[in-house]
Design a protein around this ligand. Sequence first.
Ligand SMILES: *Cc1c(COP(=O)(O)O)cnc(C)c1O
Length: 460
Amino acid sequence: MSLNDEWRRRSLAAVWHPCTQMKLHARDERPQPLIPVARAQGVWLHDHEGARVLDGISSWWVNLFGHGHPAIREALVDQLHTLDHVMLAGFTHAPVVELSERLAALTGLGHAFYGSDGASATEIALKMSAHFWRNAGRPAKSRFVGIAGGYHGETVGALAVTDIALFREAYAPLVRLAATVDSPDARQAAPGETPADVAERAAAALDAWLTEHAHETAAVIAEPLVQCAAGMAMHDPRYLQRLRALCDRHAVHLVLDEIAVGFGRTGTLFAHQHPQAAIRPDFLCLSKGLTGGTLPLSAVLTTDAVYEAFWDDEVARGFLHSHSYTGNPLACRAALATLDLIEQTGIVEANRTTADRLWAQFAPLTAHPAVRHPRRQGMIFAWDVASRAPDFSRRFASHALAQGVLLRPIGHTVYAMPPYVISEDEGAFLAAGALAALQATLAEEPAEGRAVAMGGVDGV
Ligand SMILES: *Cc1c(COP(=O)(O)O)cnc(C)c1O
């Protein structure tokens, strides 16, 4: 048995993999092989036998500067020599203080609360918002409203605001469902409508909803500029200004989830800082790229006004939430090293050139007759594919792997979200692999009557 096969076999016996029907890895017909990764460097994942795969989706959107970046590695090694971990209740340490100060300076949100992953950041923001209103003498404001197709994580609390049927269906009885309003997704434009028109329509729907429900609503939660898990649904940045104005007018909090889109992914350091938006949320949720893709960490940043509503002699009016690893020094140090890299490399600016170059390299894919709605925002690129096959995503992903590229379409949306350090040659390899995978996937389908079946999430 090869080394790869050996790790595959042991993994399937002992590890329950996420977002996976485990049987698909083991069934007789078209099994999806699990990929054992021995090491990773830059954009490349290497198996145990000398094969490598280009990480075209930054390992679920977390990796910004490639795998094994020496600056992050050195910071972590240094941190390990001084302080590995200490509880954050009653104690503090330099990495968590410095990280909080720097995030405050970058966002204007001066108070940072930490969690271990994106879903816990969502839960922290929701709890904080509702508790704010309770402390303010308005306990009825305890419900939430999200955007259609929104994704905010999959713990029981976060599922309440995650509008993706496949992830929610089986657990519906456990969840106190939030309301959902229309998405500003620009693909929904009727003939003659601009993305701004769609955004305006969506904002009007939210306005109508809030007019009726603001008295019982704590917060609106939204993913600015790109709803990634919805299939890289992009919207006009001015929607964010409308969101801010509506939240102010109806006295509800605005929670922005930049877990996927923060740290330069959409073209500005944070998506809500897009020049046509330039707003400030009441809560900002960060994770994924926060540590450059090295360690789990999340943060919820908020305003003085929120913080002050918890400042009291009474313990019960404080924010009562904790995770054992809150503010872990190693994770905070990785985040500081990542912020250093962002500043020192001028990556947000440099990404404009990289993104233009990649988009040019993707031109043959964009021009493919089966492609609909080719779109880009910063370092996110997406194409919907006219295919009827319910298993399009899985088949495409396996053809992509055969080409040496990691791409996992969401439903019928093929997307790329590579590490920022992708070189020109690597970009060409990724683009050629994506095109070849599309051709191979469509070649297996009858050409007659292909239609886009949207909305199914399969293989995030
Ligand atoms: C990934 C993601 C989450 C959840 O983060 P986890 O670390 O996977 O729990 C929440 N919101 C958005 C927008 C995400 O992309």
